[in-house]
Write a protein that binds this ligand. Structure first.
Ligand code: ARG
Length: 595
């Protein structure tokens, strides 16, 4: 069932607004926020302070008069006016319980979808073909996946595009190296007109060795590099044999990438790459010239993108180099051209390393100015910081090399496996699967709990801990709830219906605290959505888990003698479980049965 639900803070606001209006005060100042002094109250309204000047009265007098109007209001159990003019509010436990009962009955847990759903392309992942995934790509995948899931949950049409780096010198390097090793391959016969073999002449591990070898050689050997550049040129200008090799490289590489992303619970709707944008470049460039936006400067074709209000220098966007070659931004612009043509998105979000911010400012301005997108198409850059090691420097292997994503995942998994075996709660045949589930949570939560734009330290010991602000701690809480629910269901006939009936008013402080947290779900998800901020969901579920565990330690849940109350506890547990599971689903991981 779906019921439309107002956010609880809005319901509270309605009451304060009425009280403000009844006193003749400006209702715009009646805003209520979650208390920053939870020891004193649950919600607070600070409107009396700014009103004081306007009304020429002491703020406490104003607060007192509002308090009077709120007396007897069924939403509150306590309203206090405290100096200098705060209104401290506590919710009526009955009102709160009713709210949670409605929330339980709603399939969306009280979080309404947006009124006008948008089509949004989200460009994330951004791996480069034939080069192994490294930890730098991890953040884009993790953050992008979560932002996509949150947007989708809010009812938008989210299209995830991996935007492969499949265009450039790396292809020419691979072709050149392959030719040195196996010159007899049919792909290199220039006069060949027949069909090319269906299986690739290399495996993924060979490919991953070929690229770095070729790259190293090209740096030491000028002639080799020229050959690779020539091969790249011929590939890009339609040489059949090379194009057949390119599709082999793509196939082999993409199926390996898919395996890696699957392990991370990351999936894409589109597997487009830079190469898909190439056919759109000539027309796009012609139009930019014809419309008078692109002009030649020092031999290169550029579009000015600076604006009067700029406080720092924004260089022109270079469209073609002086030798006529296109660039990374030409590809990005042409990609926008075909995205608009094929999907007409209202918005495109790029989840990319924050060091590319200036670059994207140029691209976005150029796309707007030259009419590639409409004035109201939103182009958003979600830049993320670097993942560092404990030494504060970009994460490396113990030997100082670039850490591969697979190794990072495997190391974390190993640590988790060790912990699980030590804990002894998981059946031997489930150890492997369980440690995979938990280590994924450890990695993703460790990343997502930081504001995306900040750098963070990958600390395997902390991330895999079952205590503190970690993914495993959240999972542990879910598993704890699952096990209580299971015991209840085994012992009671009506266990299965517990979700459907009402929740009773809180019986203790810790129960009320849990209920207050539960009621913040819709607001939290909405904020995370509008601000592209999965970390807000992390801090919410951390608070919620803490509140739950306090309640759990305080309360003999299954030992409760009053049958009705016991059933109400179970409904709360069910609701807590659903909220936590929905949230971790939005973050891109899930909980095991036991741990
Ligand atoms: N492949 C690029 C890299 O590894 C990231 C691509 C980001 N997306 C984009 N549309 N430019 O740095």
């Amino acid at each position: 069932m779906c019921v439309s639900m107002e956010k609880i803070s809005n319901l509270i606001c309605k009451e304060t607004e009425e009280a403000f209006a009844a006193c003749g005060y400006d209702t715009a100042l009646a805003k209520v926020t979650v208390s920053n002094r939870p020891d004193l109250c649950e919600y607070q309204c600070n409107g009396a302070m700014p009103l004081a000047k306007k009304e020429k009265k002491a703020p406490i007098i104003i607060a007192e008069s509002i308090k009077e109007k709120l007396s007897g209001n069924p939403v509150f159990s306590e309203v206090d006016a405290v100096k200098p003019g705060f209104l401290n509010l506590k919710l009526n436990p009955e009102f709160l319980a009713d709210y949670l009962t409605k929330m339980s009955a709603d399939d969306r847990l009280g979080c309404d979808p947006v009124e006008n759903p948008k089509t949004v392309i989200i460009d994330y992942g951004g791996p480069n073909v034939a080069k192994p995934l490294h930890v730098g790509h991890l953040r884009s995948a993790i953050i992008g996946e979560s932002v996509k899931r949150i947007g989708r949950f809010m009812g938008n049409h989210m299209i995830g595009d991996v935007h492969l780096g499949d265009w450039g010198l790396q292809m020419g390097l691979i072709i050149t190296e392959l030719q040195k090793r196996q010159p007899e391959l049919v792909y290199f016969k220039e006069d060949y007109t027949g069909k090319y073999p269906e299986t690739a002449p290399f495996t993924i591990s060979e490919l991953e060795e070929i690229y770095p070898t070729a790259s190293k050689k090209s740096k030491e050997d000028e002639a080799y590099k020229n050959e690779a550049m020539q091969a790249t040129y011929e590939l890009q200008h339609g040489r059949r044999g090379y194009q057949a090799l390119l599709s082999h490289i793509l196939n082999v590489s993409v199926s390996d990438l898919k395996k890696n992303y699957e392990r991370l619970e990351v999936s894409f709707d589109l597997w487009k790459g830079e190469s898909d944008a190439q056919p759109y470049i000539p027309d796009m460039v012609e139009k930019m010239k014809a419309d008078g936006y692109a002009y030649v400067s020092d031999g290169a074709l550029v579009v000015d993108v600076k604006e009067e209000s700029d406080t720092k220098e924004i260089p022109p966007c270079m469209i073609l180099k002086s030798d006529g070659a296109s660039l990374y931004n030409t590809t990005d612009l042409a990609t926008i051209v075909f995205r608009m043509q094929d999907y007409a998105p209202d918005e495109i979000i790029y989840v990319v390393d924050k060091r590319q911010e200036l670059y994207f400012t140029q691209v976005f301005r150029c796309a707007k100015k030259t009419g590639i997108v409409k004035e109201d198409t939103k182009l958003q850059f979600l830049g993320f910081g670097t993942m560092n090691g404990k030494d504060g420097k970009p994460f490396k292997t113990r030997e100082g090399g670039i850490m591969r994503l697979e190794s990072l995942v495997e190391n974390t998994n190993e640590e988790m496996r060790r912990k699980i075996i030590e804990g002894g709660k998981v059946a031997p045949e489930l150890v492997e699967e369980t440690s995979k589930i938990i280590s994924l949570a450890a990695i993703k939560y460790g990343d997502l709990s930081n504001q995306a734009s900040k750098d963070y330290i990958f600390d395997i010991d902390r991330f895999t801990s079952f205590e503190g602000n970690t993914g495993p701690y959240i999972l542990y809480t879910v598993v704890r709830i699952k096990s209580i629910l299971k015991k209840y269901e085994e012992s009671e006939e009506d266990g299965k219906d517990a979700r459907m009936a009402g929740i009773e008013a809180a019986n203790s402080d810790s129960e009320k605290a849990l209920m207050l947290e539960l009621a913040k779900f819709n607001e939290t998800v909405e904020n995370a959505y509008y601000e592209l901020a999965p970390h807000k969901i992390c801090s919410y579920i951390y608070d919620l888990s803490n509140a739950f565990n306090r309640f759990y330690h305080d309360t003999p849940i299954l030992g409760e003698q009053d049958e009705k109350r016991r059933a109400s506890y179970i409904r709360e547990l069910n609701l807590t479980k659903r909220v936590l599971e929905t949230c971790i689903g939005l973050l891109g991981f899930y909980a095991p049965e036991r741990m």
